[in-house]
Design a protein around this ligand. Structure first.
Ligand code: NAD
Length: 524
């Protein structure tokens, strides 16, 4: 917890001449090894091992942190809030299947482990909780707040969401009733018309304005002061918006975007207003929905202010399976030729997505998720060749939050044969998304406390410690359409995303990347 001293909070220390611990920091010298490839012109390559030396500095003091959600009164917002309160109180509740207790299943940070190394005595693997690799915030300690265009208190909103058991809800009702979303920015044109009847908690004005940006900034500052916080992370888990049109002179540069906001331009989305306010406040902002909140001007603004952003669109169910399964198929040398994905869901997200422009945002977000894996296999696919890929989403009120996802993967195998894999995935959408919301907050917060410096002699040397790039692509594992620094590749393959997260965290405490060679068990 926030009051634990660094000396006692660590589950392990690294014993290495490259790693030094002080009361406030962990300082590490790390050799990053890659392979540099040159092409000979005759179709042949030369591969040269390359090494860059980095200094990493980790701030060991765990800050008192707050999470502010836009769309706090929605299914995700209420479910993640209830889940954290239930964990904090150590609650259990009765269900028809017997008692259940609060947990953090589905959170990579809280629910998974990492191999630290090999036991010196027994030669067995030593695994530790992911949460213990670096000095991370515990979700139970998060202060929670946020905004919603619906003014319902969180207890009533949790009932509206119809996700959690009544026996759990009864135990947290009092606390949830006291939580009421702040009034939000509502520009009706950006979300489905069918959302209008819940919009009773809105700031005045239905197009972009500097007043809106200033009000959101003030809300963040007030929340920070009221809860005595060191840090705040803001996350968009509100309705999916339509895409904003990209207009030269409006959202292409940071200055133009600020001018467009001042002039009340109709192509500035509410989510971009929240992003801009967070950036100007120096607070990380993460977009959990598919729309193009991060127009070029918004990314440039984040870079200018050295503020962190991450997105887009939580990767909870169907796409997570897709980015694991397609990775497996194509790296098994099987030629995937088509993917057909059908969804039906009956929650408010589904209702909003039943409107064409909002569905289009989701369709775009879901459609590029196999591109990197296909492009990487030049044995199976010719340049530009791509499997067919279709995404359908239908609103079916009766199934509520219990989203159905049906997928058919069709592949070509040896000697002209075919393999068809059909998946039927059923689960409460919000119970998958909530742990991702927690992971995104914890990891984004951790990234604000890691700094680096390059000390190699190949021209990449930097004198001063600096932050990671403003665009936190390390969050890709949790996101369907990962935002990466401009001009850098997008990685969708789930195992690679996990590897990046794991190995960057390891590097920060001077540990080698995880590898599965286990030579110690193979060379006798
Ligand atoms: P929801 O409709 O239950 O909640 C969204 C909330 O946002 C509502 O309470 C609504 O009143 C509020 N809202 C709308 N516009 C707002 C604004 N301008 N400011 C503040 N609040 C506003 O939806 P949900 O199921 O909680 O999902 C939230 C978002 O997360 C959706 O965009 C959805 O597509 C995305 N998402 C969800 C999942 C998942 O598994 N649940 C996965 C990926 C993405």
């Amino acid at each position: 917890s926030a009051s634990t001293s660094p000396a006692t909070q660590d589950l392990f220390t690294v014993s290495s001449p490259n790693v030094a611990y002080s009361d406030s920091e962990i300082n590490t010298k790390y050799a990053y090894r890659t392979t540099s490839v040159t092409e000979n012109g005759d179709g042949k390559f030369v591969a040269t091992p390359k090494e860059t030396l980095y200094d990493f500095k980790v701030d060991r003091k765990i800050p008192k942190t707050g999470m502010m959600l836009v769309g706090w009164g929605g299914n995700n917002g209420t479910t993640v809030t209830a889940g954290i309160i239930a964990n904090r109180l150590g609650l259990s509740w009765d269900t028809r299947e017997g008692p259940r207790a609060a947990n953090y299943y589905g959170s990579v940070v809280m629910g998974s482990t990492m191999k630290l190394g090999i036991n010196a005595k027994t030669a067995e693997d030593v695994n530790i909780p992911f949460h213990k690799v670096l000095p991370m915030v515990h979700p139970n300690d998060l202060a929670i707040g946020g905004w919603d265009i619906s003014g319902m208190n969180l207890a009533a909103a949790m009932d509206r969401a119809a996700v959690l058991e009544p026996t759990l809800k009864a135990q947290i009702k009092k606390q949830m009733t006291e939580m009421v979303p702040l009034p939000s920015v509502y520009y009706p044109d950006f979300i489905a018309a069918n959302q209008e009847d819940r919009a009773d908690n809105c700031l005045s004005g239905s197009k972009a304005s500097l007043e809106h940006v200033e009000q959101i900034r003030k809300d963040i500052r007030d929340f920070k002061a009221k809860n005595g916080l060191d840090k705040v992370i803001v996350q968009w888990t509100a309705n999916t918006e339509r895409f904003a049109e990209l207009v030269p002179g409006v959202n292409d540069t940071a200055d133009n975007l600020m001018k467009a906001i001042e002039n009340g331009h109709e192509e500035v989305a509410p989510s971009t207003i929240f992003a801009v306010a967070s950036i100007l406040e120096g607070v990380p902002f993460i977009n959990g929905s598919p729309q193009n909140t991060f127009v070029a001007g918004c990314i440039e603004l984040a870079e200018k202010h050295n503020s962190f952003i991450g997105g887009d669109d939580f990767k909870s169910g169907q796409t997570k399976m897709k980015s694991a399964l397609v990775d497996f198929l194509i790296s098994a040398g099987i030629k995937l030729t088509s993917i057909a994905s059908y969804n039906h869901l009956g929650n408010n997200d589904g209702k909003n997505l039943s409107s064409q422009k909002q569905f289009r945002s989701k369709e775009i977000s879901k459609s590029n998720v196999v591109d990197d894996m296909v492009a990487a296999n030049n044995v199976l696919y010719k340049k530009g060749e791509h499997p067919d890929h279709t995404v359908v989403i239908k609103y079916m009120p009766a199934v509520g939050d219990n989203k159905r996802a049906l997928d058919e993967y069709y592949a070509e195998i040896f000697m002209g044969g075919h393999q068809t894999i059909s998946l039927f995935n059923v689960c409460e959408d919000s119970l998958l998304a909530s742990p991702l919301i927690i992971d995104l907050v914890l990891i984004a917060e951790m990234m604000t406390r890691i700094q680096w410096k390059a000390s190699s002699t190949d021209g990449a040397a930097t004198k001063e410690f600096g932050n990671f790039h403003s665009v936190l692509s390390i969050l890709s594992y949790m996101l369907k359409a990962p935002l990466t620094p401009p001009g850098t590749p997008v990685v969708n393959a789930l195992a690679k995303q996990r590897g990046a997260l794991t190995n960057i965290f390891r590097a920060c405490v001077g540990l080698e990347p995880e590898n599965d060679m286990t030579l110690e068990h193979k060379l006798f």
